[in-house]
Design a binder for this molecule. Structure first.
Ligand SMILES: N[C@@H](CCC(=O)N[C@@H](CS)C(=O)NCC(=O)O)C(=O)O
Length: 263
């Protein structure tokens, strides 16, 4: 039996739910409240030392890290594979997913927290309680980043580099999608799945101006949203409490993002 420790709006959990839906796999969920700190308890950290979702448990075996999990699912349940057969396309797929793990995911965390999620973290907590909550993050670099971003929002030193990193990625993505239907070639793959939650996040924070001159990404995003796995893995899990906060705060900071991009 497949069990997934996840969260409704988490990008990494969305990746895994999209993969499970694409492959038609049944699973049982354990929903974690991230703002309440459900992933920072000693019991959960024993399962997932990074104190994050997702965690997959397959017949008692624990697997962490969303990229590892989605590749594992394709290895362990090879029917309806979502990895290209061609080794070159498969290498390209991994080049895309590796970039998320090596900075892009952290950068979207900076953007989401700096723009909107910080208000949820601070809601009902004193400053000391916010600091104590963030101090439970096990990794020092992440703790320092989330601390500054939560306390300073878009004024944090991490914000501008995060916008620039995603802008660069979107340039690469636009170029690739001008040559291929999907990110790695002719086949929809785990690379397309992996980036779907991040486009959705940009949409939710109203940063779609990033795609004004990137028609191939917009076309890809429309095709992505029309796939059945999008409704199952993302749409049905949308937390309606998050949407107005992300939209309102995102609109407020968009002029600043535009200024960063224009500089
Ligand atoms: N590299 C990890 C990152 C997971 C991650 O950052 N998860 C976030 C949600 S998208 C989380 O659980 N955050 C909770 C927290 O930091 O307290 C993966 O790909 O699984």
């Amino acid at each position: 039996m497949l069990e997934l420790y996840h969260n409704d709006m988490s990008t990494c959990a969305q990746k895994v739910r999209l993969t499970l839906a694409e492959k038609g796999l049944d699973w049982e969920g354990h929903h974690m409240n991230l703002r309440a700190g459900d992933t920072r308890t000693p019991e959960y950290i024993k399962m997932n030392p990074g104190a994050v979702v997702p965690t997959l448990v397959d017949n008692g075996t624990i697997i962490c890290e969303s990229t590892v999990i989605i590749e594992y699912l394709d290895d362990a349940y090879p029917e309806l594979s979502v990895r290209p057969k061609d080794p070159i396309e498969r290498a390209r797929m991994r080049d895309w997913t590796k970039q998320l793990d090596e900075g892009l995911h952290a950068a979207v965390g900076t953007i989401s927290n700096g723009v909107a999620f910080r208000y949820q973290t601070m809601d009902g907590r004193s400053e000391e309680e916010v600091i104590a909550h963030i101090n439970k993050i096990p990794q020092q670099a992440k703790r320092d980043r989330i601390m500054e971003v939560t306390l300073k929002g878009v004024e944090a030193s991490y914000f501008e580099p995060a916008i620039r990193r995603w802008d660069k990625l979107f340039s690469d993505m636009e170029e690739s999608l001008s040559e291929n239907i999907w990110l790695t070639g002719d086949e929809y793959s785990l690379a397309d799945i992996a980036y779907t939650p991040y486009l959705t996040r940009m949409d939710h924070v109203k940063f779609m101006g990033l795609f004004d001159n990137r028609p191939h990404i917009m076309d890809w995003y429309e095709r992505i949203k029309a796939r059945p796995n999008y409704a199952i893995g993302i749409g049905e899990w949308i937390n309606e409490k998050y949407i107005p906060l992300m939209a309102e705060k995102g609109d407020e900071v968009w002029p600043r993002v535009k200024a960063i991009l224009a500089a």
